[in-house]
Ligand binder design. Sequence first.
Ligand code: ATP
Length: 242
Amino acid sequence: GDPDLPLEITGLAKTYRGGVTAVSDVSFSVERGMVLGLLGPNGAGKTTALRMLMGLVRPSAGAIRAFGEPIGPGAPVLARIGAFVEGPGFLPHLSGHENLRLYWAATGRPAAEARLQEALEIAGLGDSVHRRVGTYSQGMRQRLAIAQAMLGLPELLVLDEPTNGLDPPQIHAMREVLRRYAAAGRTVLVSSHLLAEVEQTCTHVVVMHHGRVVAAGTVEEIIAGGGAASFTVDAPQRAAAV
Ligand code: ATP
């Protein structure tokens, strides 16, 4: 595997017990510096795909490599990936800052207050980090959850529908968070069911439908193509990272 390639997914498939095939033969790569949007309607298989690459769901077939190393439950390379795959439970009577410090301590890694501050800074919560989480809006909780995923400044940040349930100003704020994160030379993989959102946030897009990849390319290519069906997707996209 290529140690410089944040993510390489080959022939990934998942059939759940009971027979639902959520993901079929999915292949794509995420290069350093990309903000790659995994776009598709509800039920397209985005969550299943992201859970597999976090080692939370066992693939029925295929291979996932991150930075050249295979991913599976407990794989060491998972330490280089930060993920937001479902809303974490925060302690409402503690501040955002305290919640993150607690989480950081629980990971067993050395406490680095400066990093914690940086993650909170990127999340753009301002002075609210010292208010009780119980007083937060959903958008603020969501941004705190993203900050938590970013705590170790992971080289690859994976977010499942981070703007779900947010209003337009909150979505705008989230977009800025992801842009700033990637601008620092890191890599982001984010799922969404909204083309407009992907268009405004991402450099590259992989479109999923019925568990399959139906299009992939730069945002410009996807828009210019005028539709998912006009793209072939076997080859990982090699466009320069923006
Ligand atoms: P959403 O935006 O609704 O989360 P998605 O694109 O993320 O959609 P998935 O959640 O991966 O899609 O679901 C894909 C298919 O797999 C759906 O038909 C869903 O019902 C099914 N599915 C998801 N999780 C399980 C599970 N644990 N057991 C059985 N079937 C599942």
